[in-house]
Design a protein around this ligand. Structure first.
Ligand SMILES: Nc1ncnc2c1ncn2[C@@H]1O[C@H](COP(=O)(O)OP(=O)(O)OP(=O)(O)O)[C@@H](O)[C@H]1O
Ligand SMILES: [Mg+2]
Length: 147
């Protein structure tokens, strides 16, 4: 178990309120570049990723990295932002082979869907985000920083 530097916080939001949720996350996650997005299928991991990239000023379309595992975007300051989706990997070696260590160590923001697929590759120091489905329009994000 890693040490917690913050207690669990939560935000409830609908799609109409997602930009406020994203601002809160960007503020809370400051200083931690690896963000682990937990949540069931259809909970909103890709949706929050899109909203984050939008807020960071990336104007590219965000697609789930279905074929590539990782997609690279650029913030408005031309900073790389990486979006991973490990749902389809068969084992951790597959993730290791695409260079996860280099991405995570780069200091650039790494947004990870299905982080539970890479338990031994996920850095101890990360920002944990859990999306809970409340109803069709409502989600609760639980978040905490691990040091
Ligand atoms: N408050 C909300 N936040 C996020 N998504 C919402 C919300 N309300 C409704 N939705 C809908 O829920 C769906 C979330 O889908 P999304 O692709 O983001 O899920 P996901 O967690 O990435 O799933 P997967 O594990 O399949 O990649 C979208 O259709 C979105 O419009
Ligand atoms: Mg997704």
């Amino acid at each position: 178990m890693s040490e917690l530097v913050s207690t669990d916080e939560k935000i409830s939001y609908s799609l109409a309120q997602i930009s406020e949720a994203v601002l809160e996350l960007l503020n809370a996650g400051k200083g931690t570049n690896v963000w682990a997005l937990h949540g069931a299928m259809g909970s909103g991991k890709t949706t929050i990723t899109k909203a984050l990239l939008n807020q960071l000023g990336s104007h590219e379309l965000v697609a789930s990295p279905t074929f590539s595992i990782v997609n690279e975007y650029r913030s408005k300051d031309n900073e790389p932002v990486y979006h991973f989706d490990f749902y389809r990997i068969k084992n951790e070696m597959e993730a290791y082979d695409i260079g996860t260590e280099e991405y995570f160590d780069s200091g650039h923001l790494c947004l990870i869907e299905w982080p539970e697929k890479i338990p031994s590759l996920l850095p101890t120091q990360h920002f944990e985000i859990r999306i809970e489905i409340i109803d069709e329009q409502t989600r609760i994000i639980h978040y905490r920083k691990h040091a």
